[in-house]
Write a protein that binds this ligand. Sequence first.
Ligand SMILES: Nc1ncnc2c1ncn2[C@@H]1O[C@H](COP(=O)(O)OP(=O)(O)OP(=O)(O)O)[C@@H](O)[C@H]1O
Ligand SMILES: [Mg+2]
Length: 456
Amino acid sequence: MYIFVAFIVAAVIFVLDIITPLGVAAGVPYVALILLGLKFEDRQWFLRLAYGSTFLIIIGFFLSESYAVLWVVLLNRVYALSAIWITAILLYMYKGESLRFREAFRSSTNGHVVSDDKGIILAVNPAMERIFGYTEEELMGENITILMPKKNGMEHSVYMDSYIQTGHKRIIGIGRELVAKHKDGHLFPIHLGIGELKRKRQRNFLASISDMTEITRAQAAAEEANIAKSQFLANMSHELRTPLNAVIGFSEIIKGQTISDLGEERVHEYNDIIHTAGTHLLTMINDILDISRTEVGAIKLNLTPVDLNTLLRSAINTCLVKMKENETESELVFDDNIKMGLFDSKLLTQVLINLIHNASKFTHKGKITVSAELVGGNSVCLKVNDTGIGIPEDHLERIFERFAIVDNAMSRNHGGAGLGLSLVQNLCTIMNAEVSVKSEINKGTEFTVMVPYKEA
Ligand SMILES: Nc1ncnc2c1ncn2[C@@H]1O[C@H](COP(=O)(O)OP(=O)(O)OP(=O)(O)O)[C@@H](O)[C@H]1O
Ligand SMILES: [Mg+2]
């Protein structure tokens, strides 16, 4: 379209040029042709039009009749060419600047909005669509308050009015954290910076917006982790202090006394208490170290051919003493379809011993069933089922947290620290296995571990 207009303009000027008495600067109107270049996206058009004009001026020189002295004619043509080329080069450079600005504006990952002093949106960049969900067309001509919650929108209008009247700045030229409104209505945190674009009479504002949703989420997660760490330290100090007090207290009593002072029976009794407390401390410290090692990625998966039946049987055997103490029997139900498979024998044993040991601790005169079943050819479903005291429903979802002990006399009596299941969960994550629990109070508990299986 503009090429057609340019062609007509050039033709008219050319005709005027060859019919006008020379000596007049007949080529100067070609500057209008160069100005047409503003309508084209590509700034090369300024140069193309300037070449075209130069060509026509030279042709015009030869085609028109000369009514004037040659040097005057030539001088006029040179003036015309200078006007054309200076205009073309200046516009070419100007457009280069504004193109660079436009490119930066459009490719920025931050959202940018240009609005006038009434808050009417004059321009937005594509990032705004990603952040707010509105297309460029939807935003153009709207008031900027469309991007804010209602309350902030009103504040914004009052603030802008007062700024325009008094010049009192609150966020112009600086940034601040605010809440913005997405097209779908949800509110989210942003960082907003506003700069003023002063033109002669017009006052426009450029708002730069960064979506802070992810950063805010990460901050909240970090704070939560920090609180969890403090909680963990507080719990740990408490748990460590109890057995340590027993060790110090009873060794204090023995200190400086002879066996005959105390009586042999007492000495044995105190010694037992110190030994139990010391062993408990060591187990707890080992568990804490194991949990830390799983969390910092120090434990790597090591798959080797494992006979799962043997592994399960020896895990049960490790807990037989406790079962005997509690007069509880055990059974192993094994699916013969499970062949020699690739497992991390150390990690899997640790998981099963923890689960079977818990079952043995919390089941009296009952039964523990450990089972393994092949599921879908690529997983094995391991279950540790007991007919023990069960876990109250409100504790079930926290049971894998550290120090999550059910607050009843029986759990307390067993002297566990509540670290075993937390370790089980971390070990399962390393093995790409999933652990879950079902329980009914006074009926029993069933822990399930779905572990990936591949024949060795
Ligand atoms: N089979 C089960 N039956 C009933 N309650 C259970 C069973 N397994 C776990 N629990 C409850 O869950 C709590 C947490 O178990 P976890 O294994 O993490 O800790 P713990 O056995 O008390 O101590 P630790 O394993 O550190 O020696 C237990 O204290 C107990 O209250
Ligand atoms: Mg345990």
